[in-house]
Design a protein. Structure first.
Length: 274
């Protein structure tokens, strides 16, 4: 009993420490955002006169109203296509087990190790040659390709656990491969699909590197690309930068809080099957 109680206390202490490590950076970001614009605050010192108007100024300076629309268009271009292609490929690799599926799946696994920073230079020249620089397609098309390895691996992990008897019963009833996929397996994959959609939304919304390098027009970037508006010739307005970062964080936080149950359900589903 004493050992179990000690383990419980240790677990709680570790959880508190982990929560503190997670919360302190956001708390520092919030406190810094309340300092007067143009200053360089240090630590977690609370300002004598909190500047709540910094959030309004950051929204106006970065033209975030326009970027909200731009980010929405980019998300609508990336997430649905990535979901469809990733689900179909995951079904082929995980359930149909087509010839050569092990080699093909290995290629996607290797794609998970490909960093954005490592391909940004050749990607720039390729997008330039296609005439897509300074357009939203310069962000949408590369993101679809870069997200594909994770999407395929994620969906394959679901389909590989589906019993073969389910497909055999559908085949006996006369279902084609497309009907088997669309009417039988896709409805069962909704937890995995919804959690993948959440991840793709968060990653697309917070995409900064591609938006800065491939798009010169600030009105065609993502919300995260708005952070470049606070970088001046002689320095950075740190309080406004922090305020802008918090404003960009709000939509992603809201989406996660609304759909967190589905996300957790997908993770638990995978653990119970694995």
């Amino acid at each position: 009993m004493i050992v179990k109680r000690g383990e419980t206390v240790t677990g709680r202490v570790l959880l508190v420490l982990l929560m503190a490590v997670t919360i302190v950076p956001f708390l520092s970001l919030f406190v810094t955002a309340l300092h007067p614009a143009g200053t360089y605050p240090s630590g977690l010192s609370w300002p004598e006169s909190p500047q709540w108007g910094n959030f309004v100024d950051a929204f106006r300076v970065a033209n975030m109203g326009v970027l909200l629309v731009s980010s929405g268009l980019i998300v609508l271009g990336v997430v649905p296509i990535s979901l469809v292609l990733g689900t179909m490929a995951g079904f082929a690799f995980g359930h149909l087990r087509m010839p050569g599926h092990r080699v093909g799946f290995l290629a996607f696994v290797l794609g998970l190790t490909l960093p954005f920073e490592g391909i940004i230079t050749p990607l720039y020249y390729q997008v330039r040659d296609l005439g897509l620089l300074n357009t939203r397609w310069a962000i949408i098309l590369p993101l679809i390709g870069l997200f594909m390895p994770f999407s395929v691996v994620w969906m394959r992990a679901h389909f590989v656990t589906m019993p073969d008897e389910l497909s055999e019963a559908a085949r006996i009833d006369g279902a084609s491969t497309w009907q088997l996929f669309w009417r039988v397996h896709v409805p069962l994959a909704m937890p995995a699909l919804s959690s993948l959609a959440i991840l793709l939304f968060l990653w697309t919304w917070n995409q900064f590197l591609l938006a800065i390098v491939l798009v010169d027009d600030p009105a065609k970037r993502t919300m995260a690309g708005a952070l470049g508006a606070f970088q001046g010739q002689w320095g950075t307005d740190v309080p406004l930068l922090c305020a802008g970062a918090l404003l960009i964080l709000v939509p992603t936080l809201a989406v996660f809080l609304v759909f967190q149950r589905r996300f957790v359900a997908a993770l638990l589903q995978g653990s119970s099957k694995g």
